[in-house]
Write a protein that binds this ligand. Structure first.
Ligand code: HEC
Length: 263
């Protein structure tokens, strides 16, 4: 992180010139805002602040050609991780403000990014500005970008020279508990489905953040959870029980695979 920060400082000049040239007009959120005029103005200010304060480290979107320069997850990915957990704007803003003020393993929603880049450094921002940035992060249409595994080396699970990867006993127990939770699930209440999605995510997070899992072993664990990320996100945020059932079935299938690769 120290060397990263050093590079960041070197890059600040470069990036701030660079972002001026990027024309990323704040246009798309207009349609979705009720109080058009005022919100758009606030969002424009928020966008500008986000560019100044956050794009020093964060790209707006994944840029595969610059993956070596990546020192933090792209904003698009942050939005993708925060919105399913906090579909409500006020809660989203509170969560973003809270983690920026005090980054922690307890609060992270991006364990893969924490493993790869280390925790975001604690930086001091003006409270009102940070709020505005967080609102912009909720409203802004970052577009989309194809999902790519962070390792970007193809994400198929592989065995360890023909053998299963060996995990700690606690992790296996945790996975078994998740599988049981999924198989025993018996409710048609959408709030319960959403909660199940969050519970699965929290277990996934605990395993991913284990210090002992590094190198190729971590990459394979990450591959597995990356493969169920969309399912977890959809399950925790969907308002349709049909959709939730579909996700649950997919999760059941995918978790069966787990034991083919890990023991
Ligand atoms: C010095 C570099 C740096 C700057 C500046 C920076 N970030 Fe980050 N940020 C990171 C890194 C590294 C991560 C990935 C590790 C993590 O998630 O903690 C991250 C992750 C995040 C996350 C996800 C946290 C999680 O783990 O769930 C949010 C939200 C975030 N940044 C918001 C912001 C906002 C808003 C700003 C501007 C006000 C900002 N960041 C500026 C480095 C930075």
């Amino acid at each position: 992180m120290k060397t990263n920060l050093f590079i960041v400082i070197l890059l600040i000049g470069f990036i701030s010139c660079n972002t001026n040239q990027k024309n990323t007009p704040y246009a798309k959120a207009e349609n979705t805002n009720e109080a058009l005029g005022q919100n758009t103005q606030l969002n424009e200010k928020g966008y500008l602040l986000m560019k100044q304060k956050c794009y020093i480290c964060h790209f707006e979107k994944p840029e595969p050609s610059k993956k070596d320069q990546m020192i933090a997850p792209p904003m698009l990915r942050i939005q993708e991780h925060y919105k399913p957990t906090y579909p409500n704007k006020a809660e989203f803003v509170d969560a973003v403000v809270a983690i920026v003020k005090n980054p922690s393993l307890e609060k992270t929603l991006m364990p893969g990014a924490v493993k790869k880049f280390n925790l975001m450094p604690k930086l001091i921002y003006d409270e009102a500005e940070l709020h505005l940035i967080a609102e912009t992060m909720y409203d802004y249409d970052f577009g989309s970008a194809p999902k790519m595994n962070m390792q970007m080396n193809g994400s198929a699970l592989t065995l360890n020279n023909g053998e299963k990867w060996v995990l700690k006993k606690e992790s296996i127990e945790q996975i078994n508990a998740v599988v049981k939770k999924i198989n025993d699930y018996d409710s048609s209440d959408i709030a319960d489905y959403n909660q199940l999605g969050k519970d699965i995510f929290n277990d996934a997070k605990a395993i991913m953040l284990e210090d002992d899992y590094t190198g190729e072993l971590f990459d394979q664990i990450h591959n597995f959870f990356f493969g169920i990320e969309n399912n977890m996100h959809t399950l925790m945020s969907t308002t349709s029980t049909n959709e939730a059932e579909t996700q649950l079935e997919e999760l059941k299938t995918k978790f069966k695979e787990f034991h083919n690769y890990f023991k």
